[in-house]
Design a protein around this ligand. Structure first.
Ligand code: KIV
Length: 301
């Protein structure tokens, strides 16, 4: 395909325009080539996030804290190969952005250069994060913020808890959201915050809010693909709607496969097998007869 014919990728500015035009933003996570390609080819997914939820749903960790830059880059590259249309967003994993600004910039630059991400997502709004968002935006790396429940802070937040449930917490959330917008973020994820609070933040900001457990008033929605497809067995958060029963389908398929092998029904000799040329069958029989009478040795094989 020529460069001119290639599908143009959705840009951060197009997501902002969607908000201005009152059009909702659709997004999901993906971590591998095939899933990314399936999502992208629907033509209805605006952005695909290679989230550090990877740590839990793909790598089997208890939380996202163990995920490394190398893990993210490995999966980002696979997703990149499967997408042409959707904006490709990647999570900056725990500790990749909060040791110091120069190493955070270098890590974000790797996501863009090696992984060919369209943008990066960073959790929280500490003074250092805000400075980083500003520096990255100035150097041409678009940043999406992430407020409310921020999984990389699960230890300090004391578990998977709804955030912004008191007026002081709401004031802080609003101030953080405004600060991220002022620093140059092009959108903000709001995770596990009350609907009324997410509505308020969405009205105050000019940039889109992307909700996950933040009610219908956000400018867009995101779900973790494994939750969405019903293939993550460990737990199902309240805010997830399961659109398919992939986990149950996988298990049913595996049980049928085992039954078919045990009964001799799989592989079928006419459908899932290859055959030796008919005219050579006599030679095959002769070989079998001679093999059964000969003592095998490596010298005469
Ligand atoms: O890592 C992730 O999948 C995320 C989403 C929950 C927004 O950050």
């Amino acid at each position: 395909m020529s460069v001119a014919m290639r599908q143009r990728r959705i840009t951060p500015q197009q997501l902002i325009t969607k908000k201005e035009q009152g059009e909702k933003i659709v997004s999901l996570t993906a971590y591998d080539y095939s899933t990314a390609k399936l999502l992208d080819e629907t033509g209805v997914v605006d952005f695909i996030l290679v989230g550090d939820s990877l740590g839990m749903v793909v790598l089997g960790y208890e939380n996202t804290l163990s995920v490394t830059m190398e893990d993210m880059l490995h999966h980002l590259k696979a997703v990149r190969r499967g997408t042409q249309r959707a904006l490709l967003l990647v999570d900056m994993p725990f500790s990749s952005t909060n040791i110091d600004i120069p190493s955070a910039i270098a890590n974000a630059a790797r996501m863009m250069q090696e992984g060919q991400a369209s943008a990066v997502k960073i959790e929280g709004a500490t003074p250092m994060t805000l400075e980083l968002v500003q520096r990255l935006t100035e150097m041409g790396i678009p940043v999406m913020g992430h407020l409310g429940f921020t999984p990389q802070s699960v230890q300090t937040l004391g578990g998977y808890k709804v955030q912004g449930k008191s007026m002081p917490a709401v004031r802080k959330l609003v101030a953080d959201a405004r600060a991220l917008e002022a620093a140059g973020a092009f959108a903000v994820v709001l995770e596990m915050v009350p609907t009324e609070v997410a509505d308020l933040v969405s009205r105050i900001l000019s940039i889109p809010t992307i909700g996950i457990g933040a009610g219908p008033g956000c400018d867009g929605q995101i779900l973790v693909i494994d939750d969405f497809l019903g293939r993550f067995p460990d737990f199902k958060p309240k805010f997830v709607r399961t659109y398919a029963q992939v986990g149950a389908n996988i298990q049913a398929a595996v049980k049928q496969y085992a039954l078919d092998i045990l009964s001799g029904e799989f592989p079928h000799p006419n459908q899932e097998s290859f055959h030796f040329p008919m005219e050579e069958m006599d030679a095959l029989r002769v070989l079998e007869q001679s093999s059964s009478t000969q003592v095998f040795s490596y010298e005469n094989r």
